[in-house]
Design a protein. Structure first.
Length: 135
């Protein structure tokens, strides 16, 4: 797993939300990701497991994390906090590159995930995510 981290905390666009983390991550088949801590470690309380086939990825929520597709524009903390998130997995293919998802971590923190690069043929999923605290 490769990560790049921006400075935090800072106020986000939503005055009631505080940006906790803004990170870019490269994931491969079978990797887990804990968005709260920004680590890929199976003992860290992971939020998502990535599974790959030749045509697409399956991103599987773990430990009570939830997810839903948002669209082509970046959602705010309040957008994701208010979204009806699902506990089931989502299918991610190359046609969804650039789209956003809303997530809730296993600790209940809302976040947005941008699908930066989706290349299941080589097993690479690059994402950029933001995680907020809602007081």
């Amino acid at each position: 797993i490769e990560t790049t981290q921006a400075s935090f905390p800072e106020e986000s666009k939503t005055p009631d939300a505080i940006l906790l983390r803004s990170v870019s991550v490269r994931l491969g088949d079978g990797q887990v990701l804990d968005l709260d801590d920004g680590v890929s470690d199976q003992d860290a309380g992971e939020d998502f497991l990535l599974s790959a086939s030749q045509e697409q990825f399956e991103w599987i929520p773990q430990n009570g994390a939830r997810i839903v597709f948002w669209g082509n524009s970046q959602p705010s903390a309040q957008d994701c906090h208010a979204s009806e998130l699902q506990g089931g997995s989502v299918q991610i293919g190359p046609e969804q590159e650039g789209r956003y998802l809303c997530v809730s971590t296993n600790r209940g923190q809302p976040g947005s995930v941008q699908l930066v690069r989706v290349d299941p043929a080589v097993g690479v999923l690059d994402i950029r995510y933001q995680l907020w605290a809602i007081p």
